[in-house]
Design a protein around this ligand. Sequence first.
Ligand code: SAH
Ligand code: SF4
Length: 387
Amino acid sequence: MSASCAEIAQTEEPQKVKVNLLGLSAEKLALFFADIGEKPFRATQVLKWIHQMGVDDFDQMTNLSKNLRERLKETAEIVAPEVVSQQDSADGTSKWLIRVNGGSCIETVFIPEKDRGTLCISSQIGCSLDCSFCATGKQGFNRDLTAAEIIGQVWIAAKSFGSLGPKAGRVVSNVVLMGMGEPLLNFDNVVDAMSLMLHDNGYGLSKRRVTLSTSGVVPMLDRLGDVSDVSLAISLHAPNDKLRNELVPINKKYPIAMLLDSARRYLEKMPDNRRKITVEYTLIDQVNDRNEHAHELAELLSDIPCKINLIPFNSFEGSDYKRVSNTTLSRFRDILHNAGHTATIRTTRGDDIAAACGQLAGTVNDKTRRSERYRRQDQEQPVRFVN
Ligand code: SAH
Ligand code: SF4
């Protein structure tokens, strides 16, 4: 007679779950080493091996004793998510499709420019917020990324450019949390991953070069200001609540006035009073692109230290929204300029490989079943425009 499951369970050694050191902040790594009775400088050494040398094999950590390396192998691991593919755009932009535990895939994009290299990373698998113009939102939501999966995107990109290590030139100079997901809805993991980006023994990026973009989860934005001082971008996209309710549904919970107050408080908490927030405004043809919208926006932001970033809507399959013309973009920008604002137009990069803002969709095992509803709605009736 064959053994029952219960018998097998009794006879087999229980599997030890190893701690993935990749996602531990410097503080958490120090605690891990304290727990196994090791001195704090061991944590510093391992932090550097992982994030500055790109090493994921304890045997290569030559300044650790053989005994410690063996102990680490028993209890810990360094595991980045798996790269499925890398696509390179004609304009130099690269996009990685990265498989995470559970089988879903996320996307990470690198945008090289003359004076910097910006990595756009994801914070969640899909997004629960369902903004009407965003491909990620239409994919539904699966789960939050772990801190290891978030920092793993930086690790993978930097390693692929050979730009890890003390002597390497820094290819990834800026990181923006503008990929898939709403970073403030995955607060703890995002904060841990950002702390590694900023840490001297991690990636050593300045707080001005790490930007978190949010659609406006106000209570979490207030918490962020207490624990971090990275650059902040808010996704506004409309100058009044009526229109914003249609485009960014979370506005019904946290309307514009609440969001702007919270952004002001964030700036006030910064030690350096010259900081500005970035206001993102995706311009959609015939939706939020009229002259009146530009005037209303200029007035709304008149007392907020900010720069306005105009993003031409990037199309994706299943959306009936249309991109604005270059003339509209310039006209909108000029109205803001004339009202005394700094406004720039974000150049679209990588749209030949669907790597532009809002086009990132990955492969989300959607738990909300929103993607199904969206596809059905798409077949039956066109997505309605906002007037
Ligand atoms: N969830 C966060 C960060 C990810 S989205 C947020 O909403 O801010 C990053 C930026 O891309 C946001 O400003 C978002 O509004 C914008 N975006 C989303 N879909 C877009 C599209 N189809 N075209 C252009 N920009 C888009
Ligand atoms: Fe989520 Fe941001 Fe897309 Fe809105 S724009 S659905 S918050 S990822």
